[in-house]
Design a protein around this ligand. Structure first.
Ligand code: ATP
Length: 241
C-alpha cells in the first residue's frame, strides 16, 4: 500500500460564530514537499492552519496527519506527534532570552544531546540568533523574530511545519532570505512544509504544489510551475497585467 499523504483535509468547514471562514476545504500535502495556500486578505488561510493545529475545532470534515485522524485533538498532542504551527505574528516570548525561546520549542524532548545538536543546527541556519542568544527576544527586529519562530518550531523535531505568512511585515530582502532558508530546511532536513501567503510570487517560487483559496473555498490547485503560467494567477496574484 502506498504511504498516505503527510496531511489530508477532507471537506473541512470552520466558523467563528455566524462567520463561515472556510467552507469545505480539501487538500493534501505529500511527504517531503513544500505546499502553499495562496489567498488574499480574509480568504481563510489562517483559519485553515488553526484548524489543522487544533486551535480551532471544525464544524465539519476531517484532518488526517500521517493517515491518522487528528480532527479537533488537543494542540499539545498534535505538536507531540510532529506537527508544529508557526503562527502569524510569530508570538515569541518577549521576556525570555532567544536561547530560552529555542529551548521552549524542545521542552518535551528528553535527549539533551540531540537538543544541543539541534540548537547548533538552528544557529547555523540563522547565525544572528547565536549572536543574540542571551538577549530578550522582545528586542529582536521583526525579521529576527520570524527567524526565531521558525527555529523554535524546528527545535520540536517536526515532520510537518505550518507557516503563517512568513513574509508579513518584512522587507523584500529579508523575505527573500527567509524563503531561501525555508527551502534549505525542506531540502536538507526533509521537513514537509505547508505555508500560507499573500506574497504569491515568493510562495510559488518556493513551493512544489499550490492551492488558491477564495472566500473560504479552494478554487484552483496545481503544481506551482503550472500555476505560475495561468492567466488568472498572473493577473490577480502576481500583478502581471
Ligand atoms: P489574513 O491574511 O488577513 O489573516 P486569512 O486569509 O488568513 O487573512 P482568516 O484570518 O482565516 O483569513 O479569516 C477568514 C475570515 O474569518 C475573515 O472573514 C475574517 O474576518 C474572519 N475571522 C478570522 N478570525 C476571526 C475571529 N477570531 N472572529 C471572527 N471572525 C474571524
Amino acid at each position: 500500500t502506498p504511504e498516505p499523504p503527510v496531511l489530508r483535509l477532507l471537506n473541512v468547514e470552520s466558523a467563528y460564530g455566524p462567520i463561515r471562514a472556510i467552507r469545505g476545504v480539501s487538500l493534501q500535502v505529500q511527504r517531503g514537499e513544500i505546499a502553499t495556500v495562496l489567498g488574499s486578505n480574509g480568504a481563510g488561510k489562517t483559519t485553515i492552519l488553526k484548524t489543522i493545529s487544533g486551535i480551532l475545532d471544525p464544524r465539519k470534515g476531517s484532518v488526517e496527519f500521517k493517515g491518522e485522524d487528528i480532527t479537533a485533538r488537543d494542540p499539545a498532542e498534535i505538536v507531540q506527534r510532529g506537527l508544529v504551527h508557526v503562527p502569524e505574528g510569530r508570538e515569541v516570548f518577549p521576556l525570555l532570552s532567544v536561547r530560552d525561546n529555542l529551548l521552549m520549542g524542545a521542552y518535551t524532548r528528553r535527549d539533551r544531546d540531540a537538543v544541543a545538536r539541534d540548537l547548533e543546527m538552528v544557529y547555523a541556519y540563522f547565525p544572528i540568533l547565536r549572536e543574540r542568544a542571551q538577549q530578550d527576544a522582545g528586542l529582536l527586529s521583526g525579521g529576527q523574530q520570524q527567524m526565531l519562530a521558525i527555529s523554535r518550531a524546528l527545535m520540536a523535531e517536526p515532520e510537518l511545519i505550518l507557516l503563517d505568512e512568513p513574509s508579513l511585515g518584512l522587507s523584500p530582502k529579508l523575505t527573500k532570505e527567509i524563503f531561501e532558508i525555508i527551502v534549505r530546511i525542506n531540502r536538507e532536513r526533509g521537513t514537509t512544509i505547508l505555508l500560507v501567503e499573500q506574497n504569491a510570487n515568493m510562495a510559488l517560487n518556493a513551493a512544489d504544489y499550490g492551492y488558491v483559496l477564495e472566500n473560504g473555498r479552494i478554487v484552483m490547485e496545481d503544481r506551482c510551475d503550472r500555476l505560475r503560467e495561468k492567466e488568472d494567477i498572473k493577473e490577480f496574484y502576481l500583478g502581471m497585467k
